[in-house]
Write a protein of this length. Structure first.
Length: 193
């Protein structure tokens, strides 16, 4: 029987619900042309705005391997070099073999390179490693993507962070890069074979 390949794959999270707090993000047209894509718009002020999503860890997850988190985002206007763009992401994994969930708040960001970015430039933040050696395949994943401009947030990966980008931030997608057995591994043969 041939071996099955391993490799990292995207676990994409694209469907979100606004958190029930004042000033939730709005789903609005983003980009140009007759048919702009719809993305979540986080206003440029100090009101906390957040989105909630839920997914399930794949069965093909190879346990005891790191997972990498990043977000896809944009700004409305051009951004100068040196500005740090990012969102906070709260992640909770309900472990299958434990009553206690894994929890963390991560700063997903990217420093704008020399020359800056033009208006509405699609940005992938830097991959943030998450040590999930205790999380089992098929575990439930609950996440909140949020912005609270001008407020210090204690994060798991970057210490205390204050986001102060002077622009509207747009969230397009959240990704986990997970190491899997490539195609999920072989399907068990029926007992009659």
């Amino acid at each position: 029987m041939r071996g099955y390949p391993t490799g990292y794959d995207d676990l994409r999270v694209t469907a979100f619900s606004p958190r029930t707090v004042a000033g939730a993000p709005t789903l609005a047209g983003f980009g140009g042309g007759a048919y702009p894509v719809e993305s979540w718009s986080f206003a440029n002020n100090g009101t906390e705005r957040g989105l909630t999503a839920v997914t399930q860890w794949p069965h093909s997850l190879i346990q005891n391997t790191p997972v990498y988190l990043h977000v896809h985002m944009s700004t409305t206007n051009a951004v100068a070099a040196g500005v740090v763009l990012g969102f906070f992401v709260s992640v909770r994994f309900q472990k299958l073999n434990s009553e206690a969930p894994f929890e963390g708040v991560y700063w997903c960001s990217k420093t704008v390179p020399g020359g800056g970015y033009g208006a509405k430039r699609h940005v992938d933040t830097v991959d943030v490693p998450i040590d999930l050696t205790q999380v089992a395949p098929s575990a439930l994943v609950l996440m909140d993507v949020f912005r609270i401009k001008g407020t210090v947030v204690a994060t798991t990966n970057a210490g205390n962070v204050t986001e102060n980008v002077n622009d509207v931030l747009w969230l397009h997608e959240l990704d986990f890069h997970v190491k899997t057995t490539g195609n999920g591994g072989p399907t068990p043969a029926p007992p009659w074979q």
